[in-house]
Design a protein around this ligand. Structure first.
Ligand SMILES: C[S@@+](CC[C@H](N)C(=O)[O-])C[C@H]1O[C@@H](n2cnc3c(N)ncnc32)[C@H](O)[C@@H]1O
Ligand code: SF4
Ligand code: SF4
Length: 337
């Protein structure tokens, strides 16, 4: 059976913000979240798979009334226990609480200054996010920052990396926007493939110059800018048919919604089972949707089908789906091939 290495869990869909680009259908109050007992059962089931990373987001995870108990229960059971937050609620006390349980906190920073970050996330949010980072660092927590790349902030990546440096961070993460949810409603456009190449290339090269590790999830980005990743992709291709890199959904990862429904990923509403009705093992081993996910690389269309890197990359299926309505379509955000 496939190993389950990485689990992404949105513990609540409640949020105190409503960002211009948010993928979520944000609600103000907790509705159908798993109870603490259900959360503990879920963690026990994940632990049975020897999963190394549990990543908790939302909504705003710190709004969940059970978050502290959940983190306390999960602490020490994973190599990486990560929480992603908008940073608005991390005062000194919360930072200390987090330092007891998590290995990393990821704070979203959608631009290098208040003007752009607050335009996307709401007034006063930048200052709070900066304070959160300071509080976390003082409490000894490892902080990562993540920027969602769209037309509004594509020209600010150098300043974003300078910000990471001035905050004393070792890296900065960039991810292209998936035009769904609020992003689609608000017309927050993605970059063209060539704009993306230029932007990520500029960011990665600048990061190398000033000692900041700049990363982006898309495997084609790593193939382009990281020689080791490119050599690995060449080797994988020679194995002909073994999926070793790229999107891990169904291969060794999946996503859990706040109500216990299991889906491909936060951007891809393909549902695989319901933890309130079935066990995780049952879903992982028997879900027809996971079986489909495991065969996707053999059924890709367009340039991804012909691409020499398809077993190492395969493109982002969520991006393909959002752009075309077809999960198998080529990833038009990729500049390779
Ligand atoms: C949904 S949020 C949840 C955690 C927390 N509320 C936050 O904002 O960091 C997780 C990450 O997804 C990013 N995100 C939200 N909508 C997105 C979209 N349409 N495309 C790509 N990333 C998105 C956010 O910017 C954030 O970095
Ligand atoms: S991106 Fe995060 S903070 Fe912004 S509305 Fe979505 S869940 Fe809330
Ligand atoms: S064409 Fe598709 S499989 Fe090939 S590198 Fe680009 S996204 Fe990946």
């Amino acid at each position: 059976m496939n190993r389950l290495d990485y689990v992404q869990w949105d513990i609540t869909s409640a949020c105190n913000l409503n960002c211009l680009h948010c993928r979520e259908k944000i609600i103000k109050n907790i509705k159908d979240d798993l109870t603490l007992q259900e959360c503990k059962n879920l963690i026990d089931q994940i632990v049975d798979f020897n999963t190394h990373t549990l990543s908790i987001a939302g909504g705003e995870p710190l709004l969940s009334p059970v978050i502290e108990d959940v983190l306390m229960y999960a602490a020490g059971k994973f190599r990486r226990l990560v929480i992603s937050s908008n940073g608005t609620m991390i005062d000194k006390e919360k930072a200390l609480m987090l330092s007891d349980y998590v290995t990393n906190v990821q704070i979203s920073i959608d631009g290098p200054n208040a003007k752009i970050h607050d335009y996307i996330r709401g007034e006063g949010v930048f200052i709070k996010a900066m304070k959160a980072i300071e509080n976390l660092q003082t409490a000894g927590v490892k902080v990562d920052i993540r920027l969602t790349l769209c037309q509004l902030n594509k020209n600010l990546v150098i300043e974003y990396i300078d910000l990471a440096k001035s905050l004393g961070l070792s890296g900065a993460y960039l991810r292209r926007i998936i035009p769904t949810g609020n992003a689609k409603k608000n017309g927050l456009d993605e970059l063209t493939s060539l704009e993306l190449k230029e932007c990520l290339g500029k960011a990665i090269n600048y990061g190398r110059k000033i000692g900041i590790h700049v990363a982006s999830a898309d495997y084609f980005c790593q193939i382009e800018f990281n020689e080791k990743a490119r050599k690995k992709a060449e080797r994988i291709q020679k194995l002909n048919g073994e999926v070793i890199g790229g999107c891990a959904v169904g291969i060794n990862s999946f996503y859990i919604m706040q109500n216990g429904v299991i889906a491909y990923c936060p951007y891809l509403p393909v549902f695989c089972g319901d933890l309130r009705k079935q066990s995780l093992k049952e879903i992982w081993e028997n879900s027809e949707m996971f079986k489909i996910a495991r065969s996707i690389r053999f059924n890709l269309k367009g340039k991804c089908a012909k691409c020499r890197y398809k077993f190492a990359c395969g493109g982002c299926r969520a991006y393909a789906y959002v752009k075309t309505g077809d999960i198998l379509a080529e990833d038009s955000g990729c500049w390779l091939y």
